[in-house]
Ligand binder design. Structure first.
Ligand SMILES: Cc1cc2nc3c(=O)[nH]c(=O)nc-3n(C[C@H](O)[C@H](O)[C@H](O)COP(=O)(O)O)c2cc1C
Length: 170
């Protein structure tokens, strides 16, 4: 495969990915789950610190319990799988590193016809208790995953490049 084709695939995934909030109930197959986790594991991080852990949950009752702690995350009720991305605040760049994990997972999922969506606001202490996450860690986000039922294109727009790009000088 030529380099050109590889870069076009990456660009296509980046360009077409959407946040998905409606999922089919089918469970995520093991190979797909492993690819999503691997995509997260291979994210870059400052000094290759890899200040992250992933908590994978497929139990419906636990998923429901976690979602109760996420005010804008009710859409995840349909998701057969959630993954908590947990970072280590002792590492200065943990939020940035964890965000890269999240985007890697989202893009790999998209390629597998699996949707997901960031959520930010949540009761992190409650989620730590439910999932047994050590107190000193940070729950960056909880991602719901499911085979895509509906694509919402309402935010498939971005600021124009001319508006945000400055060549040579601002
Ligand atoms: C840090 C962050 C937090 C977000 N929080 C939420 C959220 O709480 N609920 C939600 O439905 N979407 C959330 N989103 C998804 C954004 O609304 C979405 O990415 C944006 O509108 C662009 O749409 P697109 O991802 O479909 O291109 C969040 C995205 C990011 C990056």
């Amino acid at each position: 495969m030529s380099t050109l084709i590889i870069s076009m695939d990456v660009f296509d995934a980046i360009r077409t990915r959407r946040s998905i909030r409606e999922y089919k109930p089918d469970e995520i197959n093991k190979e797909d789950l492993e690819k999503i986790l691997e995509a997260g594991r291979w994210a870059p991080s400052a000094e290759n610190n890899q200040p992250w852990n992933f908590v994978v949950v497929t139990d419906d009752a636990t998923i429901a319990h976690v979602i109760d702690s996420i005010p804008w995350g009710k859409f995840m009720r349909n998701a057969p799988l959630i993954i908590a991305i947990v970072t280590d605040p002792e590492v200065e760049t943990h939020i940035i590193d964890g965000a890269l994990v999240t985007q890697n997972m989202a893009l790999e999922a998209w390629d597998l016809n699996i949707g997901t969506c960031w959520v930010y606001e949540m009761d992190r202490d409650k989620i730590k208790k439910i999932l047994g996450i050590p107190k000193e860690k940070h729950v960056l986000t909880v991602l719901g995953f499911g085979y895509i039922s509906k694509v919402d294109d309402s935010h498939a727009c971005r600021k124009e490049l001319e508006e945000i790009t400055h060549y040579g000088k601002w």
